[in-house]
Design a binder for this molecule. Structure first.
Ligand code: NI
Length: 143
C-alpha cells in the first residue's frame, strides 16, 4: 500500500569552509580544493522536510503545517541563517559537508516531531549538489 507524505521547503543562507584538522594544509587543499579557501564562502541552502501526511503510528498525531514551520524555524533557520557553519558547536570536530549537514538537520528535527512523522530531509547546497537522508531514528552521527 502506498504512503502519502508532505514536503515543505525552507531556506537559509550560511557560510562555511571545508576543512578538517585531521589533514595537513596541503592535504585539505587536495581534498576540498577551492572550498578549502581560508576566507570561506556562502551558500543559499534549501532544506526539504518531508513528513507523513497521515497518522501511521496509530498513537501519534500528525504535525500541523504551522507546528512544522515553528519547529524548523526554531531548530534550523534561527540556528544556521546568516551564520558561519564552521562555528556551530556540532561542527567543531566535523567538516561542514552537505552530508554532515543533512544528518545534523535530521537529528535536530526528528526529536521534535511525533514518532515516525519525519520521513526525509533534503538539502540543496549548490545548483548541482543535493543531499538527503531518511531515518528511522536519530543518527547521532554528530558529536
Ligand atoms: Ni561550499
Amino acid at each position: 500500500m502506498g504512503r502519502t507524505s508532505m514536503t515543505r521547503r525552507y531556506r537559509f543562507c550560511a557560510a562555511h569552509r571545508l576543512h578538517t584538522h585531521h589533514l595537513s594544509e596541503e592535504e585539505n587543499w587536495a581534498v576540498f580544493g577551492k572550498c578549502n579557501n581560508p576566507n570561506g564562502h556562502g551558500h543559499n541552502y534549501v532544506v526539504f522536510v518531508t513528513v507523513s501526511a497521515v497518522d501511521e503510528g496509530g498513537s501519534s498525531s500528525v504535525v500541523s503545517l504551522d507546528e512544522l514551520d515553528r519547529i524548523v524555524a526554531d531548530r534550523i533557520i534561527t540556528r544556521f541563517d546568516h551564520h558561519d557553519l564552521n562555528l556551530d558547536p556540532e561542527f567543531v570536530s566535523k567538516t561542514t559537508t552537505g552530508e554532515n549537514l543533512v544528518l545534523l538537520i535530521w537529528d535536530l528535527l526528528v526529536t521534535q516531531l511525533p514518532a515516525g512523522q519525519l520521513r526525509k530531509v533534503g538539502v540543496i547546497e549548490t545548483r548541482d549538489n543535493y543531499f538527503e537522508y531518511s531515518g528511522p531514528a536519530p543518527v547521532g552521527a554528530h558529536s
